[in-house]
Design a protein around this ligand. Structure first.
Ligand SMILES: *Cc1c(COP(=O)(O)O)cnc(C)c1O
Length: 382
């Protein structure tokens, strides 16, 4: 039997041990954590919708109307009017004919990749793709090939070596730990030239990028021919929970028949779908939230330049400060904590070996003085 204690000790020695902090109270930029009041810069609630009064009210009203549990999977009797309406609104939002709700983004990625590919097929993934995309590739039992980060030429070379089987190219839209964008116009052309599908997981782009929050595909102006498989998650800028796939009618019908993580799981609570419908309206209408983010990002990047801190190239609310060493990243996170600032240290295997970092994220609910406060703290600890 595996020596669990030894493995736990090894993780501690290598500064890779993970601990959960206990949050008391709703998600927001001001958090009560283990009894301490903190200013948080590590949430994915980019637009500040997780505790928005209208979203909260929609969920409360939803519960009054629908009760709490959905009772069954979508294919048995768990698929409600609320789920269906949200799917239609997400389809309209993404400019695709259909959208299909999944219970989580992790499951959507596993479900889609494994439904489309199997033994004898090929899945091509960016080296820095999210774990759920890599796990989807493994679950499919197709040959998984990873290409150099954001490099469409490297992808083309790998695609050119394969002339049989399905070919599926999979990428994050906004890379979750780096904040940069995939070169989608080039990837889409490369995929098309090699008769491959392109699947984009825009978990961190929806709500944040594009004039109406339509994410990377709106930002780059890409239609369904260019990005036939589009994934969004609802637990980040949407501020709720769950995920969706948007695409053609055939794609969605096929997934309903074949995607096991869709078929064999309980549908989301319908009240959550009601809350997400309101959050979608806020995303589309409240442009100021995206503008506010851009103001904060600009202020932060200017401030760090003045401090001589080197940030990664990113125009999104994900602004990582790469430290390198695991222990040093942990120490910096702890020093910030003493100053009342919560930013977690992200370490391998979430990021490549030797690139441990402070993953700093912004929310439209942050103020400019919050950013000033963060810059002052970074100056003191650097
Ligand atoms: C968070 C995330 C997911 C997982 O979504 P959940 O709904 O939290 O399961 C998938 N892909 C990317 C890129 C993510 O950042």
């Amino acid at each position: 039997m595996k020596d669990l204690a030894a493995e736990l000790t090894r993780l501690q020695h290598e500064h890779l041990y993970r601990r959960r902090r206990i949050i008391d109270g709703p998600q927001g930029v001001h958090l009560s954590v283990d009894g301490q009041k903190l200013l948080s810069f590590c949430s994915n609630d980019y637009l500040g919708l997780a505790n928005h009064p209208d979203v909260v009210k929609a969920m409360q009203d939803g519960i009054t109307h629908w009760g709490v549990g959905s009772g069954a999977s979508h294919l048995v009797n768990g698929h409600s009017v609320a789920h269906h309406a949200l799917e239609e609104e997400l389809a309209a939002f993404t400019g695709r004919p259909r959208a299909l709700l999944f219970s989580t983004g992790y499951m959507a990625n596993m479900g889609v990749i494994a439904a489309l590919c199997g033994r004898g097929d090929f899945v091509f993934e960016d080296r820095l793709n999210h774990a759920s995309l890599l796990d989807g590739g493994l679950l499919s039992q197709a040959r998984l090939q990873r290409y150099a980060h954001a490099d469409s030429n490297a992808l083309a070379l790998k695609l050119a070596k394969r002339d049989s089987g399905e070919k599926l190219v999979v990428t994050d839209g906004v890379f979750s730990m780096d904040g940069d964008l995939a070169p989608l116009p080039e990837l889409s052309q490369t995929a098309k030239q090699h008769d491959a599908w392109l699947m984009v997981d825009d978990a961190h782009g929806f709500g944040v990028l594009g004039e109406h929050g339509g994410g990377c595909v709106e930002h780059f102006g890409l239609n369904m021919k260019e990005v036939p498989i589009l994934i969004g998650t609802l637990g980040k800028a949407f501020g709720t929970f769950g995920a969706f796939v948007a695409g053609s009618d055939e794609l969605i019908e096929y997934l309903i028949q074949k995607a096991r993580p869709y078929i064999y799981t309980t549908a989301l609570p319908p009240a959550l779908a009601e809350a997400t419908r309101i959050s979608l309206k806020l995303i589309q209408n409240e442009h100021w939230r995206r503008e506010k983010l851009q103001t904060l990002i600009k202020q932060f990047r200017q401030g760090t330049t003045e401090l001589g801190l080197q940030l990664m190239e990113s125009s999104t609310p994900i602004q990582p400060l790469v430290i390198g060493d695991n222990a040093k990243a942990l120490a910096m996170s702890a020093a910030l904590l003493e100053k009342g600032i919560l930013i977690s240290a992200i370490r391998p295997p979430t990021v490549p070996e030797g690139t441990a970092r402070l993953r700093i994220t912004f929310s439209a609910e942050h103020s400019e003085s919050d950013v000033e406060h963060l810059l002052n703290a970074l100056e003191q600890i650097k």
